[in-house]
Write a protein that binds this ligand. Structure first.
Ligand code: ANZ
Ligand code: ZN
Length: 813
């Protein structure tokens, strides 16, 4: 008998499938379409077990959808630009391009070793000029539509990576760089931004998309919408000083104002006597992070500016302070302080001896004595000491306050978002060059689209100088202005790589198309993405950027529909065996290559689907994989090794077929619902049942042949190689992967017996097992024979027996 040897059959079938192109996503117009997308990897060098954990079930599900009769597009590519390549260049003196493409080569091989059904003709690599030509093209479109703009702004700067970092790339209390751990500093630079904030409101709506609640909540919090009002105070120098407040109803309780230390009016309002203290404080605040500054438990600090403002609702003269708990990046960077009702303002007032004025009397509290207040008073109740608002409460007070300031022309209703515009510029080499030209005469001019791509030069030196290596290139940046023909310079920054990954799902549609970013016909057929799978850690950046990108594309007439991805599902994380996150530095990384060499890809795939709930993840455990491996060998032997038989007890056949069709039902449902571990356990159970049936003579019967065929089809998406091999050895025609998914035979799947509830006068007394097709008379007789009924009736005749078929019998007695 042949033995199961994955090392032999896996490469054999992979080569055959590739040669035959059985996974090409061709379109048969009689079938519905399914675009299954899994997040593309960064070519860091090696595929790790986390990639397999994410991708195997996605692959299995795409295969399942194909067998279910869909035209399936399941592409793969590489998010190939980015810092690690450049850091490797500096460290190992290797060109980022060489490093990146070498890694891609290696990872592509690994991906193929999984036996995945990726259609490699659709591969897209974001660092290919034919790809980034269109990334640049999108940039120009956004610019032409007013969605990209240039401005000087302070940025977080990593002095080690020599680059700006997005807010999300700065981590921890000490504000370190996400990639290298170096503390981040502030720097002023000319930068490109995309107007993501224009879409803040629309991004809060998730109409028609099936995305996990958790992701929507993360996005909603990230966008951070607050409703309130802008109110304009006036400084004594006569400058308007606008604040954003969510509580305009507390305007009569304002006793001071606080500006962020970086606020532009600070210098002007500061009195000569306070100048030294103010400047000192600004210095000190600049060294801290927004997170540190916002921390609720932080001891309040601040300095009086010596300046005053006038409160527009009651003309009171109030002092202006600066303090680091007010952030320059939020709202207007200035607040009206209401210490009686805002805890941070309360602490500040107590610390610096500033007045506190109660303007809201909560309904369930004694009249408040300010001197005794231990903390801010909850800001809900009836307005007091508030001019025209006095006596009003709740929302009415809010609305009246807004109406009042609007009428006086000193404020209006306003909505504020935490979301910032997307900072695109990176002062690095290995990215898509920003296709803009700076002309001393014409200003900023986009590179004409017929001159795209602006190619990255190969001959650069990446010394960590703090400047973009493109700036140091002897010739690259010097160009003629496309408008006036005069001497001009290229923008020497490259784009944030999140720009590349915001539209890769579109490049897959036609990766070599050269009339646009994608072939519109392919777009019309395949888009939107039907199922997107990947990590929840992308909830805030990639998944917001890609939605923004799609909506902007729609408004520019390039894309269609409101959302790029209809359904999103997130996998959990595989931790190290030690319950820690897997990382090279911890030395707890599990290499899929070694596992494949030891067990074969099919076993690794099945085990990854089995050992944890896919959406939860779990610490890796090597011990369980042997069980999965034994199961594979058992399948091989049970289906292949001949046995006597050909005749079996009809009851045995009946129960084999019942189990078989119940498994078809549960596996189908579980694939639909992304519940992969239960697919494996159901298939293991069915194999147990089949092994038993084989021992009892079922081998070779029609029911056995049915079970054998269906078993292989159910397993095919999980373990593509062994199923193809057995399919062939058992004499079926190639390929199992183009077979139709099995249908449930409902009659076969039905249970033989049902449980009837037996009641006496409406109270449950017993439950009995009866054949499904029992007659009414037999059912009643069985109920009356129940021990507890016999006892309860004690010989009496029941008055009436009511039978609800398949459910219950009620005895009235
Ligand atoms: C007066 C007031 C009274 C406030 C009260 C709150 C409660 P969210 O909900 O997060 O949007 N604020 C405004 N800009 C700020 C900034 N740049 N840095 C720190 N705090 C800022 O919070 C809005 C509230 O946070 C605003 O409403 C303002 O304080 C403060 F009983 O104004 B409020
Ligand atoms: Zn010019």
């Amino acid at each position: 008998n042949p033995i199961y040897n994955p090392a032999e059959i896996e490469p054999k079938w992979q080569a055959r499938w590739e040669a035959d192109g059985i996974y090409h996503s061709d379109v048969d117009h009689s079938r519905p379409k399914h675009y299954a997308l899994t997040m593309l990897p960064y070519p860091s060098g090696d595929l790790h077990i986390g990639h397999w954990y994410a991708m195997t079930p996605s692959d299995a599900r795409a295969r399942f959808m194909r067998m279910r009769g869909y035209n399936v597009l399941f592409p793969m590519g590489f998010d190939a630009f980015g810092l690690p390549a450049e850091n490797a260049a500096i460290k190992h003196n290797i060109h980022p391009k060489v490093w990146t493409y070498r890694n891609i080569e290696r990872m592509r091989k690994q991906l193929k070793s999984m036996g995945s059904m990726f259609d490699w003709r659709r591969e897209a690599v974001s660092a290919d000029p034919e790809y980034y030509r269109w990334t640049q093209w999108f940039f120009v479109q956004l610019y032409n539509h007013g969605l990209a703009y240039h401005k000087m702004s302070p940025v977080d700067w990593c002095p080690n990576c020599n680059t700006t970092l997005a807010r999300e790339q700065v981590w921890g209390e000490d504000r370190h760089c996400e990639r290298c751990g170096t503390p981040v500093i502030k720097k002023d630079l000319d930068q490109w931004f995309f107007r993501t904030t224009k879409y803040a409101e629309e991004l809060l709506r998730y109409d028609g998309i099936d995305w996990p609640e958790r992701v929507r909540t993360l996005q909603t919090n990230w966008i951070g919408k607050s409703s309130g009002a802008h109110v304009v105070f006036t400084t004594e120098q006569g400058d308007p000083l606008q604040v954003f407040t969510t509580r305009p109803d507390t305007l009569w309780g304002v006793t001071f104002m606080v500006l962020a230390p970086e606020h532009p009016l600070v210098a002007k309002i500061t009195s000569p006597a306070q100048k030294a203290a103010v400047e000192d404080y600004i210095q000190q605040a600049g060294r801290q992070s927004d997170i540190q500054r916002e921390a609720a438990d932080k001891e309040k600090t601040g300095v009086f500016t010596g300046g005053y403002a006038i409160n527009p609702v009651n003309c009171e003269r109030i002092p202006i302070w600066i303090a680091d708990y007010v952030l320059v990046t939020y709202g207007t960077g200035a607040i009206m302080a209401v210490p009686a009702h805002d805890q941070r303002d309360f602490e500040f007032a107590r610390k610096f001896g500033l007045p506190i004025k109660v303007v809201i009397q909560p309904k369930d509290m004694e009249p408040i004595r300010v001197e005794d207040l231990p903390e801010a008073v909850p800001a809900s109740g009836v307005m007091v000491n508030s001019g025209i608002l006095t006596g009003t409460d709740g929302e009415a007070a809010f609305d009246q306050a807004v109406a009042f300031v609007e009428e006086k022309g000193v404020g209006k209703r306003a909505t504020n978002y935490r979301l910032r515009d997307w900072l695109i510029s990176r002062q690095r080499y290995w990215g898509a060059p920003i296709p803009m030209i700076h002309c001393p005469t014409c200003g900023i001019v986009p590179v004409p689209v017929d001159q795209l791509p602006v190619l990255l030069p190969d001959d650069v030196e990446w010394k960590p100088t703090g400047e973009s290596p493109l700036k140091l290139h002897p010739t690259w940046r010097f160009v003629k202005c496309p408008v006036c023909g005069g001497d001009a310079e290229r923008d020497t920054d490259t784009m944030d790589t999140f720009m590349c990954s915001s539209w890769y799902h579109l490049r897959y549609l036609s990766p070599h198309y050269d009339q646009g970013p994608f072939d519109p016909q392919e777009y019309d057929y395949w888009m939107p993405v039907d199922t997107y799978t990947g990590g929840i850690e992308h909830a805030n950046m990639h998944l917001i950027y890609t939605r923004f990108f799609h909506k902007a594309g729609r408004d520019m007439g390039i894309m269609k529909g409101n959302e790029p991805m209809t359904q999103l599902r997130n996998q959990g994380m595989v931790l190290g065996e030690d319950y820690e996150k897997m990382s090279k530095s911890r030395g707890n990384v599990i290499s899929p290559d070694e596992l494949v060499a030891a067990y074969g890809a099919d076993t690794v795939r099945a085990y990854l689907m089995f050992f944890a709930r896919w959406d939860m993840g779990a610490p890796w455990s090597s011990s369980g994989i042997d069980g999965t491996s034994r199961w594979m060998r058992r399948i091989w032997a049970t289906l292949l090794e001949p046995a006597g038989g050909g005749q079996a007890d009809p009851a045995l056949i009946r129960s084999l077929r019942r189990k078989l069709h119940q498994t078809v039902r549960s596996v189908t449902r579980d694939f639909e619902q992304f519940e992969f571990n239960t697919i494996i356990s159901a298939l293991m159970e069915l194999m147990n049942e089949m092994t038993k049936a084989k021992q009892e003579g079922a081998f070779g019967t029609p029911a056995w042949k049915e079970a054998e065929g269906i078993y292989l089809k159910l397993l095919a998406p999980v373990a593509p190689h062994i199923t193809e091999e057995l399919w062939q050895r058992l004499g079926y025609s190639y390929s199992i992967h183009t077979q139709k998914w099995p249908e449930v035979d409902e009659a076969a799947a039905a249970e033989d017996e049902v449980t009837l509830v037996v009641q006496l006068n409406g109270k449950v007394r017993d439950r009995i097992q009866v054949p499904v097709d029992i007659s009414e008379a037999d059912a009643k007789a069985a109920a009356l024979a129940s021990e507890s009924i016999v006892k309860a009736l004690a010989g009496r005749e029941p008055k009436k027996v009511i039978y609800v078929p398949g459910r219950l019998i009620n005895i009235v007695g």
